[in-house]
Design a protein around this ligand. Structure first.
Ligand code: SAM
Length: 257
């Protein structure tokens, strides 16, 4: 009994560290990890960034890159809500750049729910999202524990949030839970590149290679999960990679079916 308890503690510590570097030498593996910021620390940091965030991502070309990624997601996996507005969750919405890209690309009615731990980011998102076919509500909530029923949304957006998580699969499982069967997930994650090093040092985030991120999606039950290059020619392409996945229409649907 005592032995089990120790294993539990060890696992808990392991999942709270973000891997930064690892090398193997014979039977030895040397690795360096870093504790991520807790949710309340991120709330404080992003409150401070809120005024300048939109200009920063715009300068790096993320508005165009998000528009391109959303366009690819909608053309490969059309979403058709039955006689009602498209229900969209933007988890870690920030100033709303990815929601704006979806609203620009989708001509039907859209009911957006934006969640974030930072109240200042939520206020900026509210100011920024003023499309006529969009109704929106904004809530302070943690992506790891969302206050929504199962199968609530047609589309879930999560841009540059999973890399902050000590356990990204916990957040992805929560996003999968609230997505309707057949609904689509569009994600963007900092990639393993030299450009991502600065982000990792400043924000204590994961830098993830594509196969690892796709495995996260598959492990959490998403089908047709794939990596998508961000728009060529944007600085955004050097920092991050896009991912598209879908919640299975029926139980036991295989990842590629
Ligand atoms: C890098 S910013 C990305 C913002 C926006 N998605 C974008 O692409 O511009 C990360 C956002 O996630 C929010 N965030 C961080 N951890 C969160 C959590 N556990 N739950 C909800 N939001 C979180 C931050 O407050 C911040 O607004």
């Amino acid at each position: 009994m005592r032995y089990d308890a120790r294993i539990e503690i060890a696992n808990d510590i392991a999942t709270r560290v973000i891997p930064v570097w690892s090398r193997s030498l014979g039977s030895w593996t040397f690795s360096l990890g870093r504790k991520p910021f807790e949710s309340h620390e991120l709330e404080g940091h992003y409150d401070k960034e809120a005024d300048t965030w939109h200009a920063t991502i715009s300068k790096l070309g993320f508005e165009d890159a998000y528009a391109d990624l959303i366009g690819q997601a909608l053309s490969s996996t059309p979403v058709q809500p039955a006689n009602e507005a498209l229900r969209v969750l933007d988890a870690g919405i920030g100033t709303g750049a990815m929601s704006a890209a979806l609203a620009d690309n989708y001509s039907g009615d859209m009911a957006l729910t934006g969640v974030d731990v930072s109240m200042d980011m939520l206020k900026r998102a509210e100011q920024h999202l003023n499309h006529s076919h969009l109704s929106a509500r904004f809530l302070q909530a943690d992506v790891n524990s969302l206050p929504f029923e199962d199968n609530s949304f047609d589309v879930v957006l999560v841009a540059h949030v999973l890399e902050h998580m000590a356990d990204p699969k916990r957040a992805l499982a929560e996003l999968h839970r609230v997505l309707k069967p057949g609904g689509i997930l569009v994600a963007c994650v900092t990639q393993r590149s030299s450009a991502g090093v600065y982000i990792q040092l400043k924000w204590r985030t994961h830098r993830v290679d594509r196969s690892t991120a796709c495995e996260w999606l598959w492990d959490c039950g998403f089908v047709h999960a794939r990596a998508v290059d961000l728009q060529e020619g944007t600085k955004a392409q050097r920092f991050s990679c896009g991912y598209i996945g879908q919640k299975a229409h029926y139980l036991n649907q295989s990842p590629s079916e």
